[in-house]
Design a binder for this molecule. Structure first.
Ligand code: DP6
Length: 323
């Protein structure tokens, strides 16, 4: 009753922010992401009848907040397998945890992969995506590699709210340069931030209503490999998300001065003809997406921005890997 799995982080180009059902974790909007090759979570799990409760060691440390979410997710799987045994979970991220670098996406996808294997549950990628969604909405996308679309679905039980692959990583091998501007955990989690935006931002309705058009635009840009069009819609979706955060009550500002300086740097690069666009999640890190020939230039420019403490470079990668 032991297994391991690796799942990679993903970043959304069309963002998920808001839920239509918090208990089932059904997103209010669809999203489109890319799975990142170089950022992953490795998770090992063992179900053991001698244990009295679940335990979680995340990067060598016990984490009570994450343990609650892990237990909720494992309870679902235990019910499906008709097992009551607690589990010992050991997970390792090869990148800063909880700083807006999608650790919950890779973490919950890896957890669901390892746990279903340990419990002997045979689940299709679609079923794994639904289970990963229950852990964290963005995790549903990390089940797949390359370009991935998450669907809101229509069913009230969430059984048609899952991700599907759009395009393989090798079919359009974009690069991502991550400018790390802070390594500490973020102040407001995505879960809390989106709850607040749903309840208090006057722009929330417009966000939900304008989402299908963004998804259509991004999907067709991806299928036709239209980099400029993808960049335009991705930056628009990112700015709308942060406008929601900023107009929540109390306001949430995920950026720091270095984040803004990085936005400037990306825009200046683009003005000089470099194929690059940015996106930013619920944290202060900027992710620059570029064509491979521009990677070195983008990395060098972002490295020189004041306040940037590290620069990570990655290509696109595969989905959930078991064993
Ligand atoms: C800004 O998937 O972390 O990264 O479902 O509550 O766990 P929960 O939220 P989470 O939210 C991700 C928000 C985002 C945008 C995105 O990845 O689409």
């Amino acid at each position: 009753m032991q297994a391991r799995a690796r799942a990679r982080a993903n970043i959304a180009l069309v963002k998920y922010w808001g839920k239509s059902d918090a208990a089932l974790n059904i997103p209010a909007v669809g999203s489109i992401s890319i799975t990142l090759d170089g950022l992953w979570s490795d998770t090992e799990i063992e179900f053991d009848s001698k244990l009295t409760h679940d335990s979680l060691l995340l990067d060598g440390k016990e984490d009570a907040t994450q343990l609650r979410r892990v237990t909720t997710c494992l309870d679902l799987l235990r019910r499906e397998a008709d097992v009551e045994m607690p589990a010992r979970v050991v997970s390792h991220n090869n990148f800063p945890t909880g700083a807006g670098l999608a650790s919950s996406a890779s973490g919950f996808a890896a957890l669901v992969g390892a746990a279903t294997a340990a419990l002997g549950l045979e689940r299709s990628p679609t079923e794994l995506s639904i289970l990963a969604r229950r852990g964290s909405g963005s995790a549903a996308r990390s089940v797949f590699g390359g370009f991935v679309e998450m669907h809101v679905g229509e069913a009230s039980d969430g059984n048609d709210s899952y991700a599907t692959p759009l395009l393989a990583a090798d079919d359009w091998p974009l690069h991502v340069v991550i400018a790390v501007t802070e390594t500490g955990a973020k102040a407001t989690s995505s879960t809390k931030g989106m709850q607040s935006s749903e309840a208090t931002s006057p722009f929330y309705r417009a966000w939900v209503e304008s989402s299908p058009a963004d998804l259509d635009a991004a999907r067709s840009a991806i299928v036709s490999h239209d980099f400029d069009k993808l960049g335009e819609v991705a930056e628009h979706s990112c700015m709308k998300l942060h406008a929601l955060a900023m107009t929540s009550r109390p306001p949430i500002l995920y950026w720091n001065p270095a984040t803004l300086a990085c936005i400037d740097a990306v825009r200046a690069l683009r003005r000089s003809g470099v194929p690059v666009f940015f996106t930013i999640d619920a944290g202060p890190q900027l992710k620059a997406v570029c064509l491979p020939e521009a990677t070195d230039r983008v990395a060098a420019e972002l490295h020189d921005v004041s306040g940037v403490v590290d620069v990570l470079v990655t290509g696109l990668g595969p989905g959930l890997e078991m064993g």
